[in-house]
Design a protein around this ligand. Sequence first.
Ligand SMILES: [Zn+2]
Length: 251
Amino acid sequence: MLAFAALMALLGAAMGSFVALVAERLVRGEAIALSRSACRTCGTPLRARHLVPVASYLVLRGRCATCQARIPPLLFQAEAIGALFGLAAALSAPDPARALLLAAWMWALLGLALADLRSFRLPDALTLTAALLGLALTLAGDGTGWPPLSDRALQAAIGALAGGGSFWLLRAAYRWRSGRDGMGLGDVKLMAALGLALGVEHLPIMVLLAALTALALSALRAWRKGRPLNRLGRVPFGAALAMSAALVSVL
Ligand SMILES: [Zn+2]
Protein backbone atom coordinates (compact mmCIF):
# COMPACT_ATOMS: atom_id res chain seq x y z
CA MET A 1 0.00 0.00 0.00
CA LEU A 2 2.73 2.44 1.01
CA ALA A 3 4.90 1.37 -1.94
CA PHE A 4 1.95 1.90 -4.28
CA ALA A 5 1.29 5.37 -2.83
CA ALA A 6 4.96 6.32 -3.30
CA LEU A 7 4.88 5.00 -6.87
CA MET A 8 1.75 7.04 -7.62
CA ALA A 9 3.41 10.18 -6.20
CA LEU A 10 6.44 9.65 -8.49
CA LEU A 11 4.23 8.99 -11.50
CA GLY A 12 2.22 12.07 -10.50
CA ALA A 13 5.29 14.32 -10.56
CA ALA A 14 6.13 13.10 -14.07
CA MET A 15 2.49 13.52 -15.16
CA GLY A 16 2.43 17.04 -13.69
CA SER A 17 5.30 18.05 -15.90
CA PHE A 18 3.73 16.23 -18.88
CA VAL A 19 0.34 17.97 -18.58
CA ALA A 20 2.12 21.32 -18.13
CA LEU A 21 3.86 20.69 -21.47
CA VAL A 22 0.61 19.56 -23.14
CA ALA A 23 -1.28 22.60 -21.79
CA GLU A 24 1.41 24.97 -23.02
CA ARG A 25 1.54 23.40 -26.50
CA LEU A 26 -2.27 23.35 -26.80
CA VAL A 27 -2.67 27.05 -25.93
CA ARG A 28 0.18 27.94 -28.31
CA GLY A 29 -1.39 25.81 -31.03
CA GLU A 30 1.72 23.60 -31.32
CA ALA A 31 1.67 19.86 -32.03
CA ILE A 32 1.93 17.58 -28.99
CA ALA A 33 4.53 15.44 -30.77
CA LEU A 34 7.16 13.98 -28.50
CA SER A 35 9.81 16.48 -29.50
CA ARG A 36 12.50 16.98 -26.90
CA SER A 37 11.89 19.68 -24.32
CA ALA A 38 14.17 22.66 -24.69
CA CYS A 39 14.90 25.80 -22.70
CA ARG A 40 12.46 28.52 -23.79
CA THR A 41 15.19 31.16 -23.61
CA CYS A 42 18.35 29.69 -25.20
CA GLY A 43 16.85 26.68 -26.99
CA THR A 44 19.29 24.18 -25.49
CA PRO A 45 17.61 20.74 -25.41
CA LEU A 46 17.21 19.57 -21.84
CA ARG A 47 19.41 16.61 -20.84
CA ALA A 48 17.85 13.48 -19.39
CA ARG A 49 19.21 14.30 -15.93
CA HIS A 50 17.45 17.68 -16.10
CA LEU A 51 14.08 16.06 -16.73
CA VAL A 52 13.69 14.42 -13.30
CA PRO A 53 10.54 16.03 -11.90
CA VAL A 54 10.86 18.22 -8.78
CA ALA A 55 14.46 17.08 -8.04
CA SER A 56 15.93 18.70 -11.20
CA TYR A 57 14.19 21.97 -10.44
CA LEU A 58 15.62 22.02 -6.92
CA VAL A 59 19.14 20.97 -8.06
CA LEU A 60 19.18 23.64 -10.80
CA ARG A 61 17.68 26.15 -8.33
CA GLY A 62 14.97 26.97 -10.89
CA ARG A 63 17.44 28.05 -13.61
CA CYS A 64 18.49 26.68 -17.02
CA ALA A 65 21.85 24.84 -16.73
CA THR A 66 23.16 26.55 -19.91
CA CYS A 67 21.94 30.15 -19.91
CA GLN A 68 20.78 30.52 -16.29
CA ALA A 69 17.37 31.80 -17.43
CA ARG A 70 14.64 31.24 -14.86
CA ILE A 71 12.50 28.13 -15.39
CA PRO A 72 8.87 29.17 -14.77
CA PRO A 73 8.00 28.22 -11.15
CA LEU A 74 4.59 27.10 -12.44
CA LEU A 75 6.35 24.02 -13.89
CA PHE A 76 7.72 23.09 -10.48
CA GLN A 77 4.32 23.71 -8.89
CA ALA A 78 2.67 21.51 -11.54
CA GLU A 79 5.05 18.64 -10.68
CA ALA A 80 4.43 19.05 -6.94
CA ILE A 81 0.63 19.18 -7.37
CA GLY A 82 0.73 16.21 -9.78
CA ALA A 83 2.60 14.21 -7.11
CA LEU A 84 0.06 15.24 -4.44
CA PHE A 85 -2.81 14.17 -6.71
CA GLY A 86 -1.18 10.75 -7.32
CA LEU A 87 -0.73 10.28 -3.57
CA ALA A 88 -4.28 11.42 -2.73
CA ALA A 89 -5.77 9.09 -5.37
CA ALA A 90 -3.73 6.12 -4.08
CA LEU A 91 -4.91 6.76 -0.51
CA SER A 92 -8.59 7.39 -1.28
CA ALA A 93 -9.44 4.84 -4.01
CA PRO A 94 -10.47 1.28 -3.07
CA ASP A 95 -8.00 -0.49 -5.42
CA PRO A 96 -4.99 0.31 -7.67
CA ALA A 97 -6.95 0.31 -10.96
CA ARG A 98 -9.49 2.82 -9.61
CA ALA A 99 -6.68 4.86 -8.04
CA LEU A 100 -4.98 5.16 -11.43
CA LEU A 101 -8.25 6.21 -13.10
CA LEU A 102 -8.96 8.80 -10.39
CA ALA A 103 -5.40 10.15 -10.64
CA ALA A 104 -5.55 10.34 -14.45
CA TRP A 105 -8.74 12.41 -14.17
CA MET A 106 -7.09 14.73 -11.64
CA TRP A 107 -4.00 15.14 -13.84
CA ALA A 108 -6.24 16.13 -16.77
CA LEU A 109 -7.85 18.73 -14.47
CA LEU A 110 -4.38 19.99 -13.55
CA GLY A 111 -3.64 20.48 -17.26
CA LEU A 112 -6.86 22.48 -17.65
CA ALA A 113 -6.02 24.64 -14.62
CA LEU A 114 -2.53 25.37 -16.00
CA ALA A 115 -3.90 26.34 -19.43
CA ASP A 116 -6.44 28.66 -17.81
CA LEU A 117 -3.85 30.26 -15.49
CA ARG A 118 -1.41 30.85 -18.35
CA SER A 119 -3.76 32.09 -21.02
CA PHE A 120 -7.41 32.06 -19.88
CA ARG A 121 -8.13 29.15 -22.18
CA LEU A 122 -9.60 25.71 -21.54
CA PRO A 123 -8.53 23.62 -24.58
CA ASP A 124 -11.33 21.34 -25.84
CA ALA A 125 -8.92 18.39 -26.10
CA LEU A 126 -8.20 18.56 -22.37
CA THR A 127 -11.85 19.13 -21.42
CA LEU A 128 -12.85 16.10 -23.53
CA THR A 129 -10.12 13.99 -21.87
CA ALA A 130 -11.37 15.04 -18.43
CA ALA A 131 -14.97 14.28 -19.49
CA LEU A 132 -14.14 10.75 -20.73
CA LEU A 133 -12.05 9.93 -17.65
CA GLY A 134 -14.77 11.37 -15.38
CA LEU A 135 -17.44 9.24 -17.07
CA ALA A 136 -15.23 6.15 -16.71
CA LEU A 137 -14.73 7.03 -13.03
CA THR A 138 -18.48 7.19 -12.36
CA LEU A 139 -19.18 3.99 -14.35
CA ALA A 140 -16.38 2.14 -12.49
CA GLY A 141 -18.03 3.02 -9.17
CA ASP A 142 -16.44 2.28 -5.80
CA GLY A 143 -15.96 -1.46 -6.27
CA THR A 144 -18.99 -2.53 -4.24
CA GLY A 145 -21.15 -2.99 -7.35
CA TRP A 146 -23.70 -0.63 -5.85
CA PRO A 147 -25.54 1.35 -7.18
CA PRO A 148 -26.04 -0.73 -10.38
CA LEU A 149 -24.35 0.36 -13.62
CA SER A 150 -27.52 1.80 -15.18
CA ASP A 151 -28.04 4.02 -12.12
CA ARG A 152 -24.45 5.22 -12.27
CA ALA A 153 -24.82 6.06 -15.97
CA LEU A 154 -27.96 8.05 -15.16
CA GLN A 155 -26.13 9.78 -12.30
CA ALA A 156 -23.35 10.87 -14.73
CA ALA A 157 -25.88 12.14 -17.30
CA ILE A 158 -27.80 14.17 -14.71
CA GLY A 159 -24.55 15.56 -13.31
CA ALA A 160 -23.39 16.69 -16.76
CA LEU A 161 -26.78 18.28 -17.55
CA ALA A 162 -26.95 20.05 -14.18
CA GLY A 163 -23.35 21.30 -14.38
CA GLY A 164 -23.36 22.40 -18.01
CA GLY A 165 -26.98 23.57 -17.93
CA SER A 166 -26.65 25.76 -14.84
CA PHE A 167 -23.55 27.51 -16.18
CA TRP A 168 -25.08 27.88 -19.64
CA LEU A 169 -28.07 29.63 -18.03
CA LEU A 170 -25.77 31.85 -15.92
CA ARG A 171 -23.85 32.80 -19.04
CA ALA A 172 -27.04 33.55 -21.01
CA ALA A 173 -28.49 35.60 -18.13
CA TYR A 174 -25.31 37.67 -17.80
CA ARG A 175 -25.21 38.35 -21.52
CA TRP A 176 -28.88 39.35 -21.51
CA ARG A 177 -28.33 41.76 -18.59
CA SER A 178 -25.03 43.30 -19.64
CA GLY A 179 -24.86 42.70 -23.39
CA ARG A 180 -21.44 41.04 -23.15
CA ASP A 181 -19.92 37.69 -22.25
CA GLY A 182 -18.96 37.35 -18.59
CA MET A 183 -18.01 33.71 -18.90
CA GLY A 184 -16.43 31.70 -21.69
CA LEU A 185 -18.11 28.71 -23.31
CA GLY A 186 -15.08 26.77 -22.02
CA ASP A 187 -16.37 27.10 -18.44
CA VAL A 188 -19.77 25.71 -19.51
CA LYS A 189 -18.13 22.68 -21.16
CA LEU A 190 -15.86 22.19 -18.15
CA MET A 191 -18.87 22.17 -15.79
CA ALA A 192 -20.58 19.50 -17.92
CA ALA A 193 -17.37 17.43 -17.82
CA LEU A 194 -17.06 17.84 -14.05
CA GLY A 195 -20.72 16.89 -13.56
CA LEU A 196 -20.05 13.52 -15.25
CA ALA A 197 -17.53 12.64 -12.54
CA LEU A 198 -18.95 14.35 -9.46
CA GLY A 199 -22.70 13.85 -9.91
CA VAL A 200 -25.22 16.57 -9.17
CA GLU A 201 -24.99 16.27 -5.37
CA HIS A 202 -21.35 17.37 -5.19
CA LEU A 203 -21.62 20.25 -7.68
CA PRO A 204 -22.85 22.98 -5.25
CA ILE A 205 -20.01 22.50 -2.72
CA MET A 206 -17.49 22.33 -5.59
CA VAL A 207 -18.73 25.62 -7.15
CA LEU A 208 -18.79 27.29 -3.72
CA LEU A 209 -15.21 26.17 -3.06
CA ALA A 210 -14.16 27.43 -6.52
CA ALA A 211 -15.82 30.81 -5.96
CA LEU A 212 -14.06 31.23 -2.60
CA THR A 213 -10.73 30.18 -4.16
CA ALA A 214 -11.15 32.61 -7.07
CA LEU A 215 -12.13 35.40 -4.68
CA ALA A 216 -9.13 34.73 -2.41
CA LEU A 217 -6.78 34.67 -5.43
CA SER A 218 -8.26 37.92 -6.75
CA ALA A 219 -8.02 39.62 -3.35
CA LEU A 220 -4.38 38.53 -3.09
CA ARG A 221 -3.62 39.88 -6.56
CA ALA A 222 -5.44 43.17 -5.85
CA TRP A 223 -3.55 43.58 -2.57
CA ARG A 224 -0.21 42.90 -4.29
CA LYS A 225 -0.91 45.37 -7.09
CA GLY A 226 -2.56 47.89 -4.76
CA ARG A 227 -5.74 47.97 -6.83
CA PRO A 228 -9.37 48.05 -5.68
CA LEU A 229 -11.08 44.66 -5.81
CA ASN A 230 -13.70 45.74 -8.34
CA ARG A 231 -11.10 46.46 -11.06
CA LEU A 232 -9.44 43.11 -11.35
CA GLY A 233 -10.17 42.19 -14.90
CA ARG A 234 -10.39 38.50 -15.69
CA VAL A 235 -10.39 35.78 -13.09
CA PRO A 236 -9.20 32.27 -14.07
CA PHE A 237 -12.41 30.71 -12.79
CA GLY A 238 -11.93 27.51 -14.81
CA ALA A 239 -8.70 26.81 -12.93
CA ALA A 240 -10.49 27.30 -9.60
CA LEU A 241 -13.30 24.95 -10.74
CA ALA A 242 -10.88 22.24 -11.89
CA MET A 243 -8.80 22.31 -8.70
CA SER A 244 -11.89 22.39 -6.45
CA ALA A 245 -13.34 19.37 -8.28
CA ALA A 246 -10.12 17.41 -7.67
CA LEU A 247 -10.20 18.39 -3.99
CA VAL A 248 -13.88 17.49 -3.52
CA SER A 249 -13.37 14.06 -5.12
CA VAL A 250 -10.73 12.95 -2.60
CA LEU A 251 -12.22 14.48 0.56
ZN1 LIG B 1 18.61 28.21 -21.36
